[in-house]
Design a protein around this ligand. Sequence first.
Ligand code: NAD
Length: 495
Amino acid sequence: MAILEEPIKKTLLLKNYIGGEWVESKGEFHDIINPATCKTISKVPSSTKEEVNEAVKKANKAYPEWRRTPPLARVRRLFQLKELLEENFEELSRIQTMEHGKTIDESRGETRRGIENVEVAAGIPSLMMGYNLEDIATGIDEYLIRQPLGVFSCIAPFNFPFMVPLWFAPYAVATGNCVIIKPSPRDPISQVKIAELVDEADFPPGVWNIVQGGAEVAEILLEHSDIKGVCFVGSTPVAKEIYKRCGQMGKRVIAQGSAKNFILIMPDANLEKTIPALMTSFFGNTGQRCLSGANAVVVGKDDVFYKNFVEAFLSAASKIKVGYGLDDGVQMGPLQSKKAKERVLGFIEKGVSEGAKIILDGRKVKITGNYPETCFLNPTIFEEVTVDMSIAKEEIFGPVANIMRAKDLDEAIDMIHASRYGNAASIFTSNGKFAREFQYRVKCGNIGINIGIAAPMAFFPFSGMKDSFFGILHGQGKEAIRFFTESKVVIQRWW
Ligand code: NAD
């Protein structure tokens, strides 16, 4: 693939990567538009059923040999991939900015987080070991071994087009499985670039595959009897359906869903340090993170503290520089599409009509540089938001912050528990007792203590609870290794 450069000289026609070959799809193509410039940068197909079936066939064919390949030899391919990802770090990051809209620094962060999963998965020769015990009865030994299952598929969301498939694919292939990635049809270029590097890293044909398309392609993968498990990340209604369908089909499944994250600001929080952390939490990635702050709850009856907090939050948010993520100094990019912006605008209107007070109106778009306003919004802040309002309950997935109040920690935790979601929650405080109570009681999978974006590192599972997660084992780290392997127990006696 030619490096994506501005101005775009040629629209990329994306292909599928099946059985180690780049295959042109016979399906219908649609445009991928850079949301900052509104220029078409590539065209992506909706793969046909035959093409998807061919990918499963090739992956299944590659499996027996790959499974027999010693773990050390398998991870040599991952070491090579890691080197290539490092060499192509800037290009990979630029692609994310161009297809998604996030700033180049945010893209670099995403690239780094993705690579870390390749690094962790390279520890498979140790991580995949089982365990044993001699003499479970006289002269009898017992041991557990972990074995791969076959072909897995990964169905990815649009908001982290580079990183999310890497929460799964490196572990899948390191444990001896083969994988088929279906990127989001909204920003599929990053995964094509990764597959080019996979090809260069000499993975055997069929071990790592890409099929392009949307729900219709995911459907074929879900139905296919040779797909042994599915890793899904996306919105809750789809996650729930995929969980159900995989259960019916007897497939393993990790299904990560939507979020509505609460951030508590205790009266003893250090505001000077808290406010910058909140800016990246609420407005980083233009609010399109499943770990984004959504509801800022100021705890306590101290009106002066509340007023100081609102003033500082408003002042910092008003200064965020919005523009094209490849331009210097830009701190927030556009939403990923015109449709995504319209959705956020709908929520802002709802907030106003439900009686929340808008104290920063991002609809008055102010951008650095000369770009169409189509996908841009500036940070928006609501005050006097209550838990019953739809802006407080539903995932907006945009740069909109709700400021709420709770009289004490108990009331704030009740507010969190009234939400159907349980992806992440954070507390800002100087008090260890508050922090421990929060960590102990809050029913959310990823907890931040003086951390605005509680993103687990690659060697910890990416968690989630309630309507934000369906399944048992999670992506990343040791749990991913459990997910991608069967535990087989052997009991032996010789006489
Ligand atoms: P989405 O549910 O629209 O799409 C996700 C993937 O599912 C895409 O690949 C899409 O093509 C496919 N898909 C869509 N409809 C389908 C259907 N009916 N059957 C099968 N597949 C289908 O989600 P999105 O808009 O791309 O991503 C944003 C959402 O993802 C947000 O809700 C966000 O919170 C969530 N998310 C969650 C996490 C997490 O870790 N919990 C991480 C990132 C994003």
